[in-house]
Design a protein around this ligand. Sequence first.
Ligand code: C2E
Ligand code: MG
Ligand code: MG
Length: 444
Amino acid sequence: MKTLKPKLELNIAKTHSYDILTGLPDRNLFFDRLAQSVAITSRTKKIIAVLFVSVDRLKVINDTLGEAFGNRLLIGLVKRLQGCIRQSDTLARPGRDEFVILLPEIRYPEDAAIVARSILSSMEKPFVLNRQQYSVKLNIGISVFPDDAADPKALLSNAYTAMQRMKELRKNTYQFYSPAMTEKAFERMVMETGLERALQRGEFLLYYQPQIDLRSGLITGVEALARWQRPGVGLVYPGEFLPLMEETGLTIPLGEWALRSACMQNMAWQKAGLRPIRVAVNISANHFHEHDITHTVSRVLEDTGLAPQFLELELTESIFLRKIERTIRALKVLRKMGVNISIDDFGTGYSSLAYLKYFPMSKVKIVEPFISSVAFSNAEGVVARAIIAMAHTLNMKVIAEGVERKEQLAMIRSLDCDELQGNLISRPLPAGKVVHLLAKEKRY
Ligand code: C2E
Ligand code: MG
Ligand code: MG
């Protein structure tokens, strides 16, 4: 955090920029930083948040217990506030019982609510001074750039207004300048706690989407896709819960659960006498990097008894952006074990052909928009053909996913794809329905 305690030799002209008691930037310095952030951020897609924090009843404490006492309390409070923000954030003290925080770079407005909640919960433990306990209550108003205001002055004043509203309501909590944002942040918090509980309570289930081999027309694999059976709401799709789980680290337990459940399910189908197929499990980049994934996979295979050739891990291109050496090593171990590795959504992200060359994969999944564009533009068609040819040269299979329309099918065949997955063949299905499809041995 940029508190920058003034050094003794600091020239006099600058000392007025810091609050003498706490060493924090004062209103002017804060405003400078805010204006600078707004100027920089206007050119990017980032979001800035300003939190206006007011301390309840500080005047009463000063009046009854003395100013020296109030000051000690303030210093303790500043320490707690500093513990809730990042090095790159700015905490300032514009008034006696007021603080402002600049979060210069957040991804979603709701991130500001996370900081506000962490500040409020840091106040739950009373302060101990002269062996007495004192509880401090805060009101926090939040405004975000560019949604709530386009210039620094309005941004600050909107945060103040939101704080003032809170104070009037005597709620001791936080509020966004825009009521809709408060609601959204609240929904997000409910969802976040709901997701953690959902994992513990086993509210997640897997749907399976068939993948067919284009030569035989038979189902040769399924992709396991997570769904949340949210009580009182119904089936919730990954688009709604995955980003939040990613931020809170919940994709790791979700991934372990999905891996184990999918392998168990596949083993159950085999035990029921059905023709063995592969099951593909999506593995998030976090899960892959933060855990010893090779160890997890071998343990799950051992526990469930599934042979490695019937498991496929779907990884996204984003895993190749970090810890490259380690990633290649882990992939080699997995391939040596006999596990299949596919690269998901190839053609949407960074899509470097080099990935195919350097990372030992068994399959490339190319996505529907990419395949569609082949039909309309020759240049794209050349690229698609190049990817497919290169994958084949490197001994990788190519699956087209998200295929919805019949006319795409002919094109995919002409492109020499190996496999197909999409709503044209079948939507993702509950495990029970997959049994029927497998038992029928239907050729598509
Ligand atoms: P993905 O791995 O690329 O999965 C394919 C998505 O496309 C699925 O959405 C599937 O239902 C959808 N899809 C398949 N065929 C068609 C089609 O013909 N048309 C259209 N419009 N869509 C089609 P879903 O199930 O909502 O999953 C979204 C994403 O969430 C997945 O994309 C995957 O990245 C992620 N995901 C799902 N389950 C898990 C999981 O267990 N763990 C992790 N880490 N990620 C998961
Ligand atoms: Mg996938
Ligand atoms: Mg995909």
